[in-house]
Ligand binder design. Structure first.
Ligand code: KG4
Ligand code: ZN
Length: 364
């Protein structure tokens, strides 16, 4: 039976809140009532902490949670005013429960619980990775199913089979580093700053992607942490990261005090990026073929990568499996994707309990 208090309908506005890492984000997403394009973004506000963490070469958890506390009220108010809405227009709230930094997550979860209680509106708990997956539907509307979706971010590199909307079946994941993490570590090693993904992406455009041949990574052994899993669609990036480290250390020993020339840095960036992108695309399309997928989706911060985007489109044409990638604003962390995933769950009647807690390693 329909529950009029929770079930979304035409015009339901969901306030999404995302604080899992170093971005404080809030957004309003509306249920349009249209079958093909069920969600519309009314506002999408992100306050980035990147300038604070850059000085330390990575996210400092304690600094991140303190900054979320400072920013959250202003970011939510801005999302409401940008969306032309007031608190009384909010039909439900959606918040990232995990995975992420627990201190950061707690700020969003506490804020969302308090607001939901004060407004007397339902609250939905969202898995951050489900948010990234739903960013594809938020951008493109309904896509053909079954679909294979690659979630590739700073914390995760995972493949999911989506046979039905809202149903996420894990097909493979990284055994060690996430692709974004490898980008960030390689950039740090080269003294290029944080976050490394966008910097290496830019430098790679100037370089020769064939300049350095990295050793291959073969995953023939089962996953030590879960030997029962079929690991054929797993990833591993720590070997490549170590190969880059060895290469750089070797060149530094040869050069003495002199820095690595710019030409070598751009060649390294291009060769590294080529390998990462090839691995991601090969595995995603192999999984798609194996599972008879009618679409491939790519989401998460690394889906902002220019080479990944162009090569995925080229591969889509060759393989005749269409590729769906969110726009840049929806690729990196944002709250619109959390609100969209919230609408999906609201429709299924999954409301969070009043004692909802943050979960740093929440699985999907
Ligand atoms: O999804 P996201 O914003 O946060 C997490 O959930 O982790 O992803 C952040 C990651 C970082 O590792 C960042 O370096 C990477 O996405 N990234 C990129 C690019 N833009 C962001 N990696 C490669 N190329 C890019 N253009
Ligand atoms: Zn993310």
């Amino acid at each position: 039976m329909r529950n009029p208090r929770t079930e979304p309908s035409y015009g339901t506005l969901v306030l999404g809140i995302e604080t899992s890492c170093d971005e404080t984000a809030a957004a309003l997403v509306e249920d349009t009532g249209h079958a093909a394009r069920p969600w519309r973004i009314r506002s999408n506000v992100v306050a980035s902490q990147v300038e604070i963490h850059r000085e330390w070469g990575g996210v400092v958890p304690e600094l991140a949670s303190r900054q979320h506390v400072r920013d959250i009220c202003g970011v939510v108010e801005r999302a409401l005013s940008d969306g032309g809405a007031g608190w009384s227009d909010v039909g439900a709230l959606a918040v990232t429960q995990g995975p992420g930094l627990v201190g950061s997550l707690l700020v969003g979860v506490s804020f969302a619980k308090s607001a939901a209680w004060a407004l007397g509106k339902p609250l939905v708990a969202v898995n951050h990775l489900a948010g990234h997956i739903e960013s594809i539907w938020l951008e493109h509307g309904r896509i053909p199913l079954p679909a294979v979706v690659l979630v590739v971010s700073g914390g995760h590199t995972s493949l999911y089979l989506i046979a039905r909307e809202g149903d996420y079946q894990l097909l493979g994941r990284t055994r060690d580093d996430a692709a974004g993490e490898a980008y960030d570590k390689v950039a740090k090693l080269l003294g290029l700053g944080y976050p490394g993904g966008p910097i290496l992406d830019m430098l790679a455009r100037e370089g020769n992607d064939q300049a350095i041949r990295w050793p291959g990574t073969r995953l023939t052994n089962p996953d030590r942490n879960a030997p029962e899993r079929d690991g054929r669609f797993d990833f591993s990036f720590s070997g490549l990261k170590t190969a880059v480290l060895r290469h750089v250390r070797g060149r530094q020993a040869e050069l003495g005090a002199a820095p690595l020339p710019h030409g070598e840095i751009v060649d390294l960036a291009a060769s590294f990026q080529r390998r990462v992108v090839e691995t991601l695309i090969d595995r995603a399309f192999a999984a798609a073929r194996w599972h008879g997928a009618r679409a491939v989706g790519i989401a998460g911060g690394v889906s902002a990568n220019s080479r990944l985007r162009s090569e995925a489109m080229a591969k889509a044409e060759r393989s005749e499996i269409p590729v769906f990638i969110p726009s840049l604003a929806l690729s990196t962390d944002n709250a619109a994707m959390i609100a969209a995933a919230g609408l999906r769950q609201l429709a299924a009647g999954r409301i969070a309990p009043a004692d909802l807690n943050a979960a740093a390693s929440l699985p999907l």
